[in-house]
Design a protein around this ligand. Structure first.
Ligand SMILES: [Zn+2]
Length: 180
């Protein structure tokens, strides 16, 4: 899998690119990035943390954590998390989290080397596991400086565009009228 830094930087860049075409609130981009971290936080982190326990007591934690890296489970988790937010922002929250999580799945599917059996998008019902073999998952940290550079460039362009569309007001303030 691409590392978490690559996932987050890609999501930030994708969110900012998207905001070139349509107005997206900063809050939604943060949620989009949180959504892109969800799959590995739910499946990889517990697996790495508890793997030693699993080995000692003879149970395979992957049966519990692997489903949490599937698109269907991630949509359900995004829906559940969105209910922690106010009703008026729930739909946007769900969309941002779910799209972020699906971007994560897409990036994982683009790499050459996946887990032994792949990511099993339809686990436990099917062994369907798309791998597009576009880049090595082990080498993605090398892309982080470029992604961060592109994100910073994008921030600069967006700020420039915003300042052109909302120029600072040149009209001097009217002096206070002092009544004697
Ligand atoms: Zn992943």
């Amino acid at each position: 899998m691409p590392d978490l830094g690559t996932h987050l930087a890609s999501a930030w860049l994708a969110g900012r690119l998207w905001s070139l075409w349509t107005r997206i609130r900063g809050r939604d981009i943060y949620l989009f990035c949180a959504g892109t971290a969800l799959p590995d936080l739910l499946s990889r982190a517990p697996h790495l943390a508890l793997d030693t326990l699993g080995t000692r007591y003879g149970f395979n934690l992957q049966y519990l954590t692997r489903p949490l890296h599937t698109p269907a489970a991630l949509l359900l988790v995004s829906l559940a998390v969105s209910y922690l937010f106010e009703a008026r922002t729930r739909a946007r929250t769900f969309a941002a989290l779910a799209l972020g999580a699906l971007l994560h799945c897409l990036l994982d599917a683009c790499q050459v080397v996946g887990p032994n059996q792949g990511y099993l998008w339809l686990y436990p019902f099917s062994s369907f596991s798309p791998q597009l073999n576009l880049f090595s998952g082990d080498r993605t940290p090398l892309a982080i400086p470029y992604l961060v550079g592109a994100a910073l460039l994008m921030e600069g362009l967006l700020r420039l565009r915003r300042s052109k569309s909302n120029p600072p007001s040149c009209v001097p303030r009217s002096p206070k009228v002092i009544h004697e």
